[in-house]
Design a protein around this ligand. Sequence first.
Ligand SMILES: Cc1cc2nc3c(=O)[nH]c(=O)nc-3n(C[C@H](O)[C@H](O)[C@H](O)COP(=O)(O)O)c2cc1C
Length: 347
Amino acid sequence: MAGKASAGDDSGGKSMTVFQVDDPERKQSIAREILEALPDWFENTEAREQYIRESRERVFFAAEREGRTIGFLCLKETGSCTVELAVMGVRMEYHRQGAGRALFQAARDYAAAAGYAFMQVKTVQMGYYEDYDRTNRFYRSLGFREFEVIPSLWGKENPCQIYILSLRESPREVILNRRSYRGKYKPEKVPEADLALILEAGLAAPSGCNRQTTSLIAVDDEALLDRLRAEIDPPVAETAPALICVLTQRINAYRDRCFATQDYAAAIENMLLMIRALGYESCWYEGHITDTDRIGDRLAAILGVPEPYELVCILPVGRAESEPAVPKKKPFEERAWMNGFGNPCRR
Ligand SMILES: Cc1cc2nc3c(=O)[nH]c(=O)nc-3n(C[C@H](O)[C@H](O)[C@H](O)COP(=O)(O)O)c2cc1C
């Protein structure tokens, strides 16, 4: 069960830092220091000692204020897609000052970037003890939702409430939060299964007269990536662990109408959204790939692409090292209307 965290705590926070701890000895000593200072929540010595022992192996975040460690949080993998907020404690005198929320935010960012889809946390069900009711309210305020109650896990006086939180964005959030990322990528391989999901999203896009003029090649082989990168001048996506190359066939959809550009644009946007939905970043690189120096043709030759396919765009895929820049967009009111040009659309 995760210990009680500070609740409703947006006030203080000045000079507080949250950081990840790797050294097992340090993890254990922080866990001991904090949990022993919270006897109301961690009174059972056996359980407390277990948390302290296990903290050595956990992903561990600590919060510090003015040189003093004031709280910590541990994450534990409970399935390939799910991580558990296994234990969390904040010194009593620092409750309601943002430490719990800051620790959670760091843990959530970590878990999302590591590719987990869900975070779970267990506590005593609402309605039994005032202290744990506050813990329940805190988790709910972070976005956790009731998943299941297991009455037998900790005995019938302490029914175990499992909360669950999706670490993935909603479709609207994916669309609105997608950005062109031009920063560095973490050196983590993208699983082939994720690349397949991205390719599948691309191929699911609409195409003029269903001509399906777009084809795709994912590349994650380091030697091959190096050969491709050597052709890209000025260099882009140099640190991306995978690239998706977009191929088109400029064939007519009907009569003399060719929709190949629209087709691959729709495929690219689908892929950019899937990339974001899976927690990766990307950027639509078409400008200098298709410029007069024909970088796309040289990339196509390396990949053995036959005529009449044309390589028109590359999309890097990887976990971002930094936040994407947010470009200025024109206001909604300037570009979207209702029932005729210029009529406001109320939101
Ligand atoms: C057809 C097309 C070609 C693009 N080519 C490039 C490119 O070569 N290099 C680049 O850095 N960004 C490229 N972009 C990304 C745009 O610069 C980017 O979408 C735009 O600045 C808006 O930013 P946002 O994607 O974060 O909303 C391209 C976008 C489109 C739609």
